[in-house]
Design a protein around this ligand. Structure first.
Ligand code: NAI
Ligand code: MG
Length: 490
């Protein structure tokens, strides 16, 4: 019997230009940049490199569409219907989009098909359902007045996204913006512009009016910065690195833009001795190694109660040994390459710091193969709170295991970080799990599970992990302004 799995074919690349005001156009400068397939390092496409001039055009298109009111004043139910149509088209093209994601980002096609693209479709449908349910309040104020609030779209939104979940970040950003009636200028990550451009084409085919969605591919300090500074943009929604967010916050101050940020983490994953150890091991493995470790919510500090430390580590080591690494177009592959050379180098630097600081590298620690940006699944034990691998976001397949004995100390240690995006706890004692969840300073706490995402559940960070929330009703609210109307009735 043939046990070799059938490789998923590479998709055709159809869109590489800027998408502005409903037109597909090269960048004003004529410049292009290359995007690569990280498993082979080969160039897969030349993409229009947008800069300030292109951003100016795109903001004009978005501004014109917003101020003209075709989209923002369209019957809310019709806006929702167009979004449902987009979701249907995304679903029809699900395999193509998954393959495009694998080609541009390097993630296993198995994950793109099972996770990324289904979550994209679900998110757009979820927010399509909100379009005609955005309501205000009536307020009993003093005197002979009738007072009510209404929620209005915030206006033109600039959306800057990263490369780790390229299509999903598009959905998280477009969904609430479209439902609220905003118009959009998006700058996808320079590493992964392709799925965003393809989705813009599908939005056009769905009948979303020209100028509602505009996409300008390009680099952060040029196209991204021009979007942040533009006085015609009302809000910036950003996902990426903390250092970049701080630059954006400063730059956006001049025009008092609304800001939402979804940033990094060093999320604690705490396993108590009374946990279901196989479930905890599987959850810890998924929580860190999923998406090659390139998750903002990665459970990168695994705290394990001493009594079960060795047993849990053994199970994790076994899982790392069995991890199928290789061609991401092979549907059997569980781990693909890191997104680019910069990330690959950063990760291997951190492996070096872990060794220098005295942690034990139990699995991995080096490049896998000799082509592409593959890193072996790496596990360090003997990690202490002060080591660089326990403090900094590595964004790769490097797990730090820390021991604990003192159950009362563990919440303090888990919270001893400037980040606060996510956390998890594993215990069969539900009272203990609840108590611990309430002590954690994090925007999401998973109990006896990890990486459970749903478009209806808000996501975002405490402390320096972010500002505001995405998804759910909270995510929608961040794309609206509240207007108070007071009418004399005497
Ligand atoms: P980054 O924050 O530089 O890039 C994210 C997006 O911001 C990209 O679209 C980029 O072009 C844009 N950008 C960069 N500089 C900008 C500027 N001055 N003005 C406006 N836009 C700008 O992240 P990068 O360099 O890709 O990754 C570096 C590290 O950041 C990673 O190693 C990881 O630790 C973290 N990261 C966290 C993510 C998350 O989901 N929280 C996602 C990606 C990266
Ligand atoms: Mg950067």
């Amino acid at each position: 019997m043939d046990t070799v799995s059938q490789k998923v074919p590479r998709p055709q690349i159809r869109q590489t230009d800027c998408f502005i005001g409903g037109k597909w156009i090269p960048s004003a400068s004529g410049k292009i940049f290359e995007t690569i397939h990280p498993a082979t390092e080969e160039v897969i496409a030349q993409v229009a490199e947008g800069d300030k001039e292109d951003i100016d055009l795109a903001v004009d298109a978005a501004r014109g569409q917003f101020d003209g009111g075709e989209w923002s004043r369209l019957d809310a139910r019709e806006r929702g219907q167009l979004m449902f149509k987009l979701a249907d088209l995304l679903e029809e093209h699900a395999d193509e989009l998954a393959a495009l994601e694998t080609l541009d980002n390097g993630k296993p096609v198995k994950d793109a098909r099972a996770a990324d693209i289904p979550l994209v479709i679900d998110c757009i449908r979820y927010y399509a359902g909100w379009a005609d349910k955005i309501q205000g309040d009536t307020i009993p104020i003093r005197g002979d007045y009738f007072c009510y609030t209404q929620r209005e779209p915030v206006g033109v939104v600039g959306q800057i996204i990263p490369w780790n979940f390229p299509a999903l970040m598009v959905a998280w950003k477009w969904g609430p913006a479209l439902a609220a009636g905003c118009t959009i200028v998006m700058k996808p990550a320079e590493q992964t512009p392709l799925s965003c451009l393809r989705m813009a084409r599908l939005a056009q085919q769905a009948g979303i009016p020209d100028g509602v969605i505009n996409v300008v591919p390009g680099y952060g300090p040029t196209a991204g910065a021009a979007l942040v500074r533009h006085p015609g943009v009302d809000k910036i929604a950003f996902t990426g690195e903390l250092a970049t967010a701080k630059i954006i916050q400063r730059e956006a101050a001049d025009t008092m833009k609304r800001l939402t940020f979804e940033l990094g983490g060093k999320s604690p994953n705490v396993v108590f001795a009374d946990a279901d150890l196989e479930a905890a091991a599987a959850g810890a493995h998924l929580g860190l190694y999923f998406n090659q470790g390139q998750c903002c919510c990665a459970g990168s500090r695994l705290f394990v109660e001493s009594k079960v430390h060795d047993e849990l580590v053994e199970r994790l080591v076994e899982k790392n040994k069995q991890q199928v690494i290789g061609d991401p177009f092979d549907p059997a592959t569980e781990q693909g390459p890191q997104v680019d050379e910069a990330q690959f180098d950063k990760i291997l630097d951190y492996v070096g710091y872990g060794k220098q600081d005295g942690a034990q590298c139990v699995t991995g620690g080096k490049r896998f193969g000799n082509q592409g940006y593959f890193v072996e699944p790496t596990l360090f034990t003997g990690v202490t709170d002060d080591m660089r691998i326990a403090k900094d976001e590595i964004f790769g397949p490097v797990l730090s295991v820390l021991r604990f004995d003192d159950v009362d100390e563990i919440a303090r240690r888990a919270n001893d970080t400037n980040f606060g995006l996510a956390a998890a706890v594993w215990s069969r004692d539900i009272g203990k799990a609840h108590r611990f969840a309430s002590q954690l300073r994090a925007g999401t706490v998973w109990v006896n599970c990890y990486d459970v995402f749903d478009a209806a559940a808000p996501f975002g960070g405490f402390k320096q992990s972010g500002l505001g929330r995405e998804l759910g009703e909270a995510g929608l609210a961040a794309y609206t302004e509240s207007k108070t109307v007071t009418i004399a009735v005497s």
